[in-house]
Design a binder for this molecule. Structure first.
Ligand code: BJ8
Length: 430
């Protein structure tokens, strides 16, 4: 039952990480309540979701202990906000990558004491978590991986670096050969940095094993995504999103196993005709900016109105797992080229031109058998907000029902969004 859910408290652990314990404990209770209300109230959830519920229950304790144990063994723990981090390199050095908190309104006021107010809520939320000492992940990492994708992030790294070591990798904004050469050089520098922290040299065998682990993880997420495309959907969009969010926190081999076990169950549900939430629900695809944990706002509103979300074209979604790394390379140089080749396929709107993304959005819409697209952008995200024009034009051309939403993490616009979403679903229904 919803009321029985609790995110477990670990006050001693948090104090050892120099956190603001009383404040964080309040946030824990609020998150637990929101989770119970949003997730545990759903009917006919797959049994395999119990593992992911438990991940949330342990997100402020059990997983943190694992990170600290790794650190005690000299394994690097690196925090990130972006899917351009070459995770395989961290894994090959025996290290761990974790997504840092950045999806909650609670930490935004801390950030606004320092940063300008009119920047992206994800950047403010993440920065606020560190400034307020209310994220155990931020407190546990060896360093933060930053990148030069957008202006808000790249200028915030300079300030963040005064609070926690922040390594910045240059991500070019075009994809000409000279840009790709720069990218490869940046990947090599990152490898050197990780090796320094780990105190070990990454071998070809280490990297090959890490590539396999990450490819397997991506394949499991691809499998889950394809199952969500079945009509009627065997799992809710909220649960799909939750798994994509947990992908950034969990240990990859264990996570892959659990996602595959869930997929086995979903295949059985499809055979047995078990659908969630209701048969004939309107199918919606979401495209746009990432939805960091615990940003469930749009999914909650759409599924609360009786529709189902069947795909996220997002970095917390298909951009994270649609491309695999070629496993055939054998020398370190060739392996790093293959790795960079895969990362350059991520079609973030920070690139110009970014035609691949427009094509990809339409492709995913067709593959997912959705009936409409909600394009979601975080407030003040210039690149996604402007790229919206091209997505809208493509939807008009293809006669795809389309709704654009620009929002932040606050609850202020919930009523207005609900009205717009309901009208959109009605329009599709007609
Ligand atoms: S690869 S989408 S994770 S940069 S922080 S760009 S929302 S203004 S998150 Fe991203 Fe990497 Fe690209 Fe993906 Fe806009 Fe906000 Fe910047 Fe953002």
């Amino acid at each position: 039952m919803a009321t029985e859910f609790e995110i477990k408290p670990y006050p001693e652990l948090w104090a050892s990480l120099d956190m603001d314990v009383p404040r964080f404990d309040k946030a824990r209770l609020m998150l637990g309540e929101a989770y119970a209300k949003t997730y545990l109230s759903q009917k006919k959830r797959p049994v395999g979701m119990a593992y992911f519920d438990n991940m949330i229950a342990e997100i402020h304790g059990g997983r943190i202990k694992e990170l600290l144990a790794a650190k005690a063994e000299g394994r690097p723990v690196i925090g990130t906000f972006c899917v351009y981090i070459p995770e395989e390199i961290v894994l090959a050095a025996g290290g761990i990558c974790v997504g840092l908190c950045g999806g909650s309104q609670g930490s935004v006021p801390d950030a606004e004491k320092i940063l300008p107010r009119n920047i992206c809520p994800m950047v403010k939320s993440a920065f606020g978590f560190k400034a307020g000492r209310i994220c155990p992940y931020f407190q546990a990492v060896d360093f933060v991986y930053g990148e030069t994708t957008c202006d808000a992030k790249k200028k915030t790294w300079e300030i963040l670096d005064t609070m926690v070591p922040t390594y910045v990798m240059e991500i070019p904004q075009l994809k000409r050969q000279r840009d790709l050469d720069l990218w490869l050089a940046e990947v090599k520098d990152f490898k050197t940095k990780v090796e320094e922290v780990a105190g070990k040299t990454i071998t070809e065998t280490d990297l090959a094993a890490a590539v396999k682990i990450m490819n397997n993880k991506r394949k499991a997420l691809q499998r889950l995504n394809s199952l969500r495309h079945h009509n009627p959907a065997p799992i809710s969009g909220k649960d799909g999103l939750l798994i994509e969010q947990i992908a950034f926190y969990d240990e990859p081999v264990r996570f892959t196993k659990k996602v595959n076990a869930l997929c086995d169950e979903l295949e059985e549900r499809i055979k047995a005709g078990v659908a969630v939430p209701t048969k004939n629900a309107i199918r919606v695809m979401v495209a746009g900016t990432p939805m960091a944990l615990p940003n469930w706002k749009i999914h909650n509103l759409v599924e609360g109105a009786g529709a189902v979300i069947v795909n996220e074209e997002s970095c917390i979604g298909t951009r994270y797992f649609k491309d695999l790394i070629d496993e055939n390379a054998t020398t370190m140089d060739n392996m790093l080229v293959a790795l960079t080749d895969r990362y350059k396929e991520i079609d973030c709107s920070c690139f110009t031109p970014n035609d691949e993304r427009i094509t990809q959005v339409i492709k995913e819409f067709r593959d997912s058998k959705a009936q409409g697209i909600i394009n979601y952008s975080l407030q003040f995200c210039h690149t996604y907000n402007i790229e919206e024009i091209r997505i809208r034009q493509a939807c008009e051309r293809e006669k795809i029902p389309y709704l654009f939403i620009e929002s932040d993490y606050s609850a202020e616009d919930v009523g207005q969004l609900q009205t717009r979403i309901e009208a959109f679903l009605e329009q599709i229904g007609e």
